[in-house]
Write a protein that binds this ligand. Structure first.
Ligand code: AMP
Ligand code: MG
Length: 402
């Protein structure tokens, strides 16, 4: 049995260097950026107006008041996307809209609401308030300076980051290639959901949940047909999946029973078992192996064990495969609303529900076949062996909805 950290380290060490491909910006959210990116331009790239109003010289309107407005001659109009030809002369103003470039010579914008045009004198604008230098002006480089870091290599691209990169002019990006991961469920008792149930049989539930978790981290799941508990059938299913995928995730058949064929099947097809059994709960029988440079993650069949080992041991590997720097589950502080007791010898990753204030409760029964508490949970708390964490304790919650 290997320690949990050792299992994590060994799995990550086995992950191949990321392949890189170029994708359109629209395909980039959730992908892992391959290169550090600096801005080729200032943002904004020119001084522009934050308001609909009038470009002025602040000195011309320094004494403006509602009762004695400054009168400026209207020298032109600049719609967004246009530029003003020439320089703003003293005593004049230019009509601007949000985003219009500031004409040279102007140093402030008076918003439309602080102006008045007398219909008898449509060529003049009455300015009703003074403007300070730079007022309502979005200055060139005020958001991002040319050369500034826009995104780090290894970052998972969020919609906000994509927006920033689009604003800096990037139409495509180099990102880590997404691993294609085969999903193989073993167990003669398993029936496809949607088919009639039979005595002694159960519906297969791991592939659907694991597939959803894989998609969230950018991997490409490929679901294979159910596999009965025979040595040859399991070996054939493994080699079929390895032929089509970069890695294979199996569920079931990794325990000590005589119907557990995953490890002998891997050997039968000349794969190699790297380690088996991890000191964690749920998920002890987790197996990790290799086949022709590809990786095998052998998850226990119990649905909770399968999902928890996936989150803690497979998910990091799939992210690293794409070049991600941060591969752990997002950690959030929380406070226990009830005690969490682990009398056992292995670390127990308990399913919890954390609310927006950080209040942490058990999500339900913790046995490894209990799916209802898995569905209710939004995080895990790592309770060390032979430890009771008292109500009121500060804990780290590993979130996994995201
Ligand atoms: P195993 O790891 O094959 O010994 O399976 C442990 C338990 O999980 C047994 O109760 C199995 O019936 C159940 N199980 C195994 N695989 C699945 C699956 N894909 N979906 C739902 N339950 C499963
Ligand atoms: Mg089984």
């Amino acid at each position: 049995m290997v320690a949990f950290e050792e299992a994590q380290t060994r799995v990550l060490a086995a992950v191949p260097a990321p392949g890189v491909e170029t994708v359109l910006l629209s395909q980039a959210p959730g992908r892992v950026l391959a290169d550090q990116i600096r801005s080729p331009i200032d943002l904004p790239s020119f001084d522009n107006s934050a308001m609909d109003g009038y470009a002025v010289r602040a000195a011309d309107v320094a004494l403006a008041k509602l009762t004695s407005p400054a009168r400026l001659r209207l020298a032109g109009k600049v719609a967004a996307g246009e530029v003003f030809m020439g320089e703003l002369a003293a005593g004049t103003c230019v009509r601007l809209f949000t985003g219009s470039p500031l004409p040279p010579g102007a140093d402030a914008v008076v918003m439309q609401e602080d102006t008045h045009i007398d219909s008898a004198m449509p060529g003049d604008v009455m300015i009703l308030t003074p403007a300070s230098l730079g007022e309502n002006v979005r200055v060139r480089g005020g958001d991002v300076k040319q050369g500034a870091m826009l995104a780090e290599a290894g970052a998972v691209l969020s919609p906000g980051r994509i927006g920033l990169l689009a604003a800096a002019g990037f139409g495509s990006l180099r990102v880590g290639r997404r691993p294609v991961v085969g999903l193989v469920a073993t167990g003669s008792e398993l029936i496809e959901p949607g088919m009639p149930l039979a005595p002694g049989r159960i519906y297969e539930s791991n592939r659907a949940a694991l597939s959803a978790l894989m998609e969230r981290v950018g991997a490409v799941p490929k679901t294979f047909p159910l596999v009965a508990d025979t040595l040859d059938g399991t070996g054939q299913a493994l080699s079929e999946a390895f032929n089509q995928c970069d890695a294979v995730v199996t569920s079931g058949g990794v325990s000590v029973g005589e119907m557990d064929f995953l490890k002998p099947a891997l050997e039968q097809i000349s794969g190699r078992l790297e380690f088996w059994k991890v000191a964690m709960k749920p998920g002890r029988p987790f197996a990790f192996g290799r086949y022709q440079g590809k990786l095998l993650f052998g998850l226990p069949g119990n649905p909770v064990s399968a999902l928890v080992t996936f989150l803690l041991l497979v998910r990091p590997a799939l992210l690293r495969w794409q070049g991600a720097t941060d591969v752990s589950l997002p950690a959030h502080p929380g406070v226990l609303a009830e005690a969490l007791a682990n009398p056992g010898e292995r670390r127990h990753f308990m399913r919890v529900k954390v609310d927006p204030t950080g209040n942490v409760q058990l999500a339900g029964l913790q046995a490894s076949h209990v799916l209802s508490s898995l569905a209710a949970a939004n995080g895990l708390v790592d309770v060390p062996p032979q430890t009771t964490l008292a109500a009121g304790s500060a804990v780290t919650v590993f979130r996994w909805e995201c």
